[in-house]
Design a protein around this ligand. Structure first.
Ligand code: SAM
Length: 215
C-alpha cells in the first residue's frame, strides 16, 4: 500500500508542530525514552562520529540525550517539516546542527560519519520499499558497530488518524521490521513491543548494530 506523498506528510506536521512539541514536553518523561537513550550512550561510548536523529521533530530526544547521558558526541537533527526544524533548532541551540531533509536521502551527511541513528515514530510515513531504502541510507552513515534506535507502530494495515488527518500511514509487524533491519546489514540487539499510553496501538522499539566490516 502507498503512503501519502511527502507534501501531505509535511503539511500535517507543519500544522501540528506547536501542539506536537507541547505534547512532547511531558511525553519525553516516559521511561522508554530515558531507558533507550541511556543504553545508547553506553553502547556508543567508544565510537567516533555524530548522532543523527533522522526525523527529529521538536528535538526532545536529542535534548534529553545531550543533557542527561552524553555531551561528547556532536548532534544532528533532520526533519521533513521546516516548522519542526525551527522548533528543534530553538530548543537545541548550539547543542546540535539541524536541517530540513528527507530521511531517505541524507546526501549532506558523509558516509561512516555517525555513531548512531535515532528514528522514533516516523517510518510509518514510508512504504515498505522505502523503509528498506531508509535503513540502507542509515547503514551508509554509520561507522562500524554504529547503532540504530528505532520506534514505530506495530500491526498491519493503515493508521487511523480519525478526524485529525487523511494522511495514509502504515503499521508494520515486528517480524517485518526485524527482517528488514537484518537485510540492511544490522544485527538486532533488542526488539520489544509495548503499549503506548493513551494511544490504541502498540509500538515496536528496536535497537541494532551495524555489522563489523573490513572495508
Ligand atoms: C510523529 S513525529 C515524531 C518526531 C520525533 N521523532 C519524536 O519522536 O518526537 C514524525 C516526524 O517525522 C517527520 N518525517 C516524516 N517523514 C519524514 C521523512 N521522509 N524524512 C524526515 N522526516 C520525516 C515529520 O515531519 C515529523 O516531525
Amino acid at each position: 500500500m502507498k503512503t501519502s506523498p511527502d507534501k501531505e506528510v509535511r503539511e500535517l506536521y507543519e500544522d501540528t508542530a506547536d501542539s506536537y512539541s507541547k505534547m512532547m514536553d511531558s511525553e519525553i518523561e516516559l521511561p522508554i525514552y530515558s531507558d533507550t537513550l541511556s543504553r545508547l550512550a553506553v553502547r556508543i561510548a567508544e565510537l567516533p562520529g555524530t548522532i543523527i536523529d533522522t526525523s527529529c521533530g521538536s528535538g526532545h530526544m536529542l535534548e534529553l540525550y545531550h543533557n542527561n547521558y552524553d555531551s561528547s558526541h556532536s548532534l544532528i537533527g533532520v526533519d521533513l517539516s521546516p516548522k519542526m526544524v525551527e522548533i528543534a533548532d530553538k530548543r537545541l541551540g548550539t547543542k546540535a546542527k539541524t536541517f530540513v531533509g528527507n530521511m531517505l536521502d541524507l546526501g549532506l551527511v558523509s558516509s561512516k560519519s555517525s555513531a548512531a541513528v535515532i528514528s522514533f515514530f516516523a517510518i510509518h510515513h514510508l512504504d515498505t520499499e522505502e523503509v528498506i531504502l531508509a535503513l540502507r541510507e542509515w547503514h551508509r552513515l554509520l561507522v562500524n558497530q554504529g547503532q540504530i534506535v528505532l520506534a514505530t507502530w506495530e500491526g498491519e494495515g493503515t493508521i487511523d488518524y480519525g478526524d485529525e488527518s487523511d494522511v495514509v500511514a502504515l503499521k508494520f509487524t515486528q517480524e517485518q521490521i526485524e527482517s528488514w533491519v537484518i537485510e540492511a546489514g544490522f544485527v538486532v540487539d533488542r526488539c520489544i513491543v509495548e503499549p503506548v499510553e493513551e494511544i490504541p496501538m502498540d509500538a515496536i522499539y528496536l535497537e541494532a548494530s551495524k555489522l563489523w566490516a573490513h572495508y
